[in-house]
Design a protein around this ligand. Structure first.
Ligand code: AOF
Ligand code: ZN
Length: 336
């Protein structure tokens, strides 16, 4: 039960910890919770340290943590050390950090702490994204799109901007809330002038990332005055934005640059050229499609996935939701 509660803290902070994982921790003594904590932001105290601080005296207590406590000095000192110093007698964690090779577990055990691994599928699913980001040094990538049943993101005049129901749009905001950044191509940026925030559900403002292969991009007025982080991937500097200079626009290179800029979870929202390129180059982890009950017809423009030659990509359906007549389908890569 305490792991489930610690996971609630993770759900609350997912999307604000950059390349670091969201982690939740609860400390229990004599049947009462004496401390809890979450990792809030990259570079700041880890969940265990926050919880130990709240507890004050954690001697003889049991510490529950969603992720195996770290055993290294990064931007902060090792949590294993803080746990030992605090006099905790038992540690229960849900997700193993394979990069630690059990060194942290052995270190705590050598100080008389009982360490228990209590795996949870839900927690494991969540940390997949973190391990991808950490091991591959690129953000976890979700392609998000709203489409007609015939696969169009907009009509041939780019005028049908809203396809899905209000409830789906709210859900998009809830989803964005859990991402560090949302990326669009220059054409989508100019045509839709998207805010890419989560205003229907929270004050969270993910960074806005725009790709411009020519550098010919003018940051819109609304984005010149905002507190939102505006990142532009461009061959030349762009005014009013944090420009990441690059002449190499292969998706893998862009992801590497965004990792260096601190982005752990990236959502890509279009348009079809960007989405198609990331799919074709195998630079995505998850696809979330909102299908509106509509057919548009017209040319093949704005069809969300188009390539010169066809090649089968197998996906695994991981979630299905319904918002009135809209369907939300989530897929991960891999065979069924
Ligand atoms: C934990 N508890 O709450 C988090 C952990 O640079 P640092 O010191 O912040 O270390 C970052 C690494 O620590 C990160 O890559 C991940 O392995 C772990 N994150 N560990 O024990 C936490 N956020
Ligand atoms: Zn730690």
């Amino acid at each position: 039960m305490y792991i489930d509660q610690a996971f609630q803290l993770v759900k609350m902070t997912a999307g604000q910890t950059g390349r670091n994982p969201a982690v939740g921790c609860i400390i229990v003594k004599d049947g009462a919770i004496i401390g809890f904590g979450a990792h809030l932001k990259e570079g700041t105290a880890h969940a265990e340290v926050q919880a130990i601080r709240m507890a004050g005296d954690a001697r003889g207590a049991t510490l529950y943590c969603t992720l195996e406590p770290c055993n290294h000095t990064g931007k902060t000192p090792p949590c294993t050390e803080a746990i030992i110093q605090a006099g905790v007698k038992k540690v229960v964690f849900a997700e193993r950090d394979r990069s630690l090779d059990d060194t942290g577990v052995r270190y705590m055990e050598s100080h008389g702490i009982a360490v228990v691994h209590e795996p949870s599928d839900e927690v494991s699913d969540f940390y997949q994204a973190f391990f991808i980001s950490k091991e591959e040094k690129r953000p976890f990538v979700t392609l998000k799109l709203a489409s007609t049943l015939d696969g169009k993101l907009a009509d041939d005049h780019n005028s049908s901007r809203w396809l899905t129901h209000d409830k789906s749009r709210r859900d998009v905001h809830a989803l964005r809330h859990t991402y560090d950044a949302v990326l669009v191509g220059r054409a989508t940026y100019d045509i839709d002038q998207p805010k890419l925030d989560a205003r229907h559900v929270s004050d969270k403002v993910p960074a806005k990332v725009i790709i411009t292969k020519t550098g010919q991009l003018k940051i819109h007025g609304q984005d010149q005055e905002t507190d939102q982080r505006i990142i532009v991937l461009s061959p030349t500097p762009v005014e009013y934005a944090e420009t990441i200079l690059t002449d190499d626009f292969r998706p893998a290179r862009l992801l590497e640059l965004l990792h260096q800029a601190g982005i752990g979870r990236l959502m890509i929202e279009g348009g079809s050229a960007v989405i198609s390129e990331f799919i074709e180059q195998d630079c995505f982890d998850e696809i979330v499609i909102y299908y509106a009950p509509k057919l548009l017809g017209g040319t093949l423009n704005n069809r969300f996935y188009h390539t010169v030659e066809s090649r089968m990509i197998n996906l695994r359906l991981t979630d299905v939701r319904r918002f009135d007549d809209d369907l939300r389908l989530t897929y991960r890569k891999g065979q069924t």
